[in-house]
Design a protein around this ligand. Structure first.
Ligand code: SF4
Length: 386
């Protein structure tokens, strides 16, 4: 149990779509994570070992820190997981690790544990396997054949940024190349890692801007066919080279998730997203980026809620995909003609009303207090057309 507690605590910085140990668990090592297709799952999120030869300055497991170190044997971890699964305490496994001696040897231990689960215990449930930076192709391929989802953390948007965080990690050869292998393996065989691959950034430790992060995230979605990009606000770790760096506000992480959501789900273009950035290349901590973008594109609004396309409705602040769907379905039966109807459909009318129009709408219902700002923004555009 001591080993389990140590290796669960050491895994807390890996994000898997939810990430909080659930309070319901008497053992407090179960993570409730969002599933790729919706819903959630209780996971045992754990490391094979917290021994690590790397010196990543943001990580509790980096070499040289005076902390208790321990490792599971593959058999031991598999047995433990199956016991928890049989008792219905966990449904799936999220397995990561420090790099014990070298990445391939450590990954062989991780793969062995999963092979025992898949072949001996015939466990068919969800397994998320972390691919270790620098692991060989054979390990990546074997892991991809066993896991439901794999991930390899990129940590920083560029090689110079990563060099500020770790002296050993190599962004292009050690990390991006493994992503490419996963993509190539998936292209050859539909059954390989059915839930695809993801990655994670540490935010705010290397002096990178949100533009740097979003630029790399966009390229990775496009080039590596990633399913998700996760963001983890930096917290300084004691006895580390980054100990003196200011922690990143959680709101910065939240804004990046909002921007990522707009790219993936709302299908905003990277150029749209750049409108939400300030002159230093960062998202405002105080304002929803979707609202900023809408206010900078006044010519797109107000949208006629009874005629606009799904995509046009989705650009309105305060309206997400579920609500946009609801609006489209409702107006097939009858037109929308009141704020009350919108509220019933769960439109966030405080944010949405200035950007919406319907027949009979009253000026004070549209909350046009933002109009002077729009006029200021429109003036230079109108001037070029005069
Ligand atoms: S490789 Fe880096 S991030 Fe991973 S466990 Fe080791 S020190 Fe931590």
């Amino acid at each position: 149990m001591d080993k389990l507690r140590t290796l669960v605590a050491a895994a807390q910085f890996d994000i898997c779509g939810g990430n909080c140990p659930t309070d319901k668990s008497p053992l407090n090592f179960i993570t409730q994570a969002a599933l790729p297709g919706g819903g959630s799952i209780s996971l045992l999120k754990v490391l094979l070992t917290n021994v690590c030869v790397n010196d990543c300055g943001y990580c509790v497991n980096q070499i040289g820190r005076d902390i208790p170190r321990c490792s599971f044997q593959a058999e031991e971890l598999a047995k433990l997981f199956i016991e928890l699964h049989t008792k219905k305490l966990v449904q799936g496994l999220f397995l990561s690790s420090g790099i014990g001696q070298d990445a391939s040897r450590t990954m062989q231990g991780m793969i062995k544990a999963i092979e025992i689960l898949r072949y001996r215990h015939e466990f068919k449930g969800y397994i998320h396997l972390k691919i270790l930076p620098g692991a060989g192709f054979d390990c990546v391929e074997a892991g991809c054949r066993l896991a439901s989802r794999v991930s390899i953390n990129i940590e920083a948007p560029t090689a110079p940024h990563l060099a500020k965080l770790s002296r050993k990690k190599d962004l292009l050869d050690g990390i991006v190349q493994r992503m490419r292998w996963v993509k190539q393996l998936r292209a050859k065989d539909d059954y390989i890692v059915p839930s695809g691959q993801t990655t994670q950034f540490v935010v705010g430790a290397a002096g990178e801007t949100d533009l740097d992060i979003l630029h790399t995230a966009t390229s990775l979605y496009r080039e590596m066919d990633l399913k998700r990009v996760y963001f983890s606000a930096f917290h300084p770790v004691k006895q580390s080279s980054l100990e003196g760096i200011t922690p990143t506000p959680p709101m910065r992480e939240h804004r990046l998730y909002q921007a990522d959501w707009m790219l993936r789900v709302y299908k905003f273009s990277p150029a749209d997203l750049e409108l939400a950035l300030d002159t230093s290349g960062n998202l405002s901590l105080g304002k929803d980026p979707k609202l900023t973008i809408a206010q900078k594109q006044p010519w797109l609004f107000p949208v006629d809620i009874n005629k606009a396309s799904y995509e046009e409705i989705l650009r309105v602040p305060g309206i997400g995909p579920l609500v946009a769907d609801r609006i489209i379905k409702t107006r097939r039966e009858h037109s929308i003609s009141s704020v009350q109807q919108l509220k019933k459909m769960k439109v966030d009318t405080t944010k949405a009303m200035p950007f919406i129009w319907f027949k009979g709408i009253l000026d004070d219902e549209r909350q046009l207090s933002f109009l002077p700002q729009l006029e200021t923004q429109l003036e230079p555009i109108l001037a070029t057309h005069r």
